[in-house]
Design a protein around this ligand. Sequence first.
Ligand SMILES: Nc1nc2c(ncn2[C@@H]2O[C@H](COP(=O)(O)OP(=O)(O)OP(=O)(O)O)[C@@H](O)[C@H]2O)c(=O)[nH]1
Length: 335
Amino acid sequence: MTEGNFVDYVKIHVFSGKGGKGSAHLHREKYITKGGPDGGDGGRGGHVIVKANKNLWTLFHLKFKRHVKAEYGGNGSKQRSSGAQGNDEIIEVPLGTVIRDTDTNEIIKEITEDGQEFIVAEGGMGGRGNWHFKSSTNQTPRYAQPGVDGQEVDITLELKVLADVGLVGFPNAGKSTLLSVITAAKPKIANYEFTTLKPNLGIVEYRDFKTFVVADIPGIIEGAAEGKGLGHRFLRHIERNSTLLFLIPADAKSIKEQYDILLDELKRYNPELIDKDRLIAISKSDLLDEELKQEMARELDKELKLPYLFISSVAQSGLTELKDKLWQMLNKEPV
Ligand SMILES: Nc1nc2c(ncn2[C@@H]2O[C@H](COP(=O)(O)OP(=O)(O)OP(=O)(O)O)[C@@H](O)[C@H]2O)c(=O)[nH]1
């Protein structure tokens, strides 16, 4: 799908470079005295490599790239000199990209770590020059190997969106409204297994093209009561998720109490979730006047042992601070 700059599916035809020819050069003097083949080896053809870049979040830059072709290896030449290696072609992709063989639809590789490289089409080996064969009785002095052909593959790149921030809150807390005001695009989710849960995912475009994905996690709370199957399937897709955002409406009877209930549900559901960083956003804070807000803040400072902030999707307040805070939490050095 394509929405703005968000592209999560592209097909590319890749060719690696053919290896250079080995040289069949004969050195005149040596030919007479020592049997003279001195042709060097051909260089390897360029590979086509898929490489992970953690600063990317979309396949948009590949949208119009139908073909990627790496350079041929250079031919060998006289005096045993080897041909140049063909330049590799690098296709940069975000983390979470799955590479498939377009013809068979088989997964060739999943790109999960920054800097990870995977050769999708290997450059052909260069041919050996004739000097390798000079003592061989069954080759003529003029014999040198041709370069090996490059590979030609159709690949499909698919971006599997993993959430960075999991949004947790009871129905009516304002989750959908928040997502609609802080996110720019909605990743395609139709093909994923957790579709039945209809998680609400959105991409937050943060300053300077940095982005993160926020997922409303309906399955966690409701799933806890209904049985764990569905929710667990969904959870696999939020494994990268490193921060939990609790959304609690300002008109809740007690913020602390709602938070404790949500946390308890999460813990019962999957204790590992509790290891993630947590932030509370008090939604619908436009319902509070300044005095009330300050009173509430004084209380929360005493009661809560985690950061919180007031936001309002309707009044568009506190949203920049929220994004800043989330970004900061997502990018802190691991302890
Ligand atoms: N005053 C005020 N109302 C809000 C705000 N955000 C959401 N609401 C209202 O709160 C109600 C629930 O909002 P939703 O965004 O649908 O809440 P949700 O958490 O997604 O609810 P579920 O889909 O049931 O899980 C709606 O009537 C919204 O209009 C806000 O910032 N201020």
